[in-house]
Ligand binder design. Sequence first.
Ligand code: VAH
Length: 316
Amino acid sequence: MKKIIVTGALGQIGSELITKLRSEYGVDNVLATDIRHPNTGAAARGPFEILDVTDAKKMHTLANDFGADTMMHMAALLSAKAEENPMLAWNLNMGGLMNALEVSRELNLQFFTPSSIGAFGPSTPKKGTPQDTLQRPTTMYGVNKVAGELLCDYYFNKYGLDTRGVRFPGLISNVAKPGGGTTDYAVDIYYKALEEGKYTSYIAEGTYMDMMYMPDALQAIVDLLEADPAKLVHRNAFNVTAMSFEPSEIAASIKKQIPDFEIAYEVDPIRQAIADSWPDAIDPSTAIKEWGFKAAYNLDKMTIDMLEKLKIKLNK
Ligand code: VAH
């Protein structure tokens, strides 16, 4: 049975990934770590340790003492926050990743870390973005993600480390409220729809971005972890996506459930510029072919589930 150490366990993906991994592999086989203590939530209901991913020595000690055989490196500063503080982003995103790769090499751990559609830039083909294509991102987050993809391939090719990754689209979840992403409008809109009946989008109408509901993202991580390595031609990192939409389309989906819901627009130039530099719709066919990627939720199915779960969470 796998013994997994997870960094960034209190983050948008990490906070739900812990629950998924503990249900797949057993609570005691998943060590959650993050820079701050979990007051409540999944991370608190199993093994937890404080870890700043820039502390390589502590990362090695925790992974070794836990008897880990797998490293899920999730700690990162997301795109909008990274643009506010590029040096912090570089030190955390690249320093943390290098430490996680080195610890995984020293202890021979299977290694996973997510890349992002943010690894693409304005010169990348915007529709049907291929698995192998031009990657000239114009954000610090994107530079971190491309460098991270290349580092993970380097550790596979030079040291034989079993590194695997996916390029996630915007992820939508009803557990951890995300912070610092460009795609987070697609999460906030559901909360505001229930709390206020209206939402003012910081992303302009007509701005398409790839998106995925968190349950599909978590299943993709487990499916890739368990995939037969002999079938993997690619490793870092596979394009995965479930849908591509723009703000007026998610608003229309919500209006089917809340007819009086209204959307307005107050564009944030920084996050709009980031969104404009990303593809409209990427091609996930390589992930489908090499390890059977599939997504269960489309926009309307996600909307129904998000509103259902948030009504309970917000006591609406
Ligand atoms: C962000 N949610 O907006 C992240 C993600 C594709 C976007 O990487 O930064």
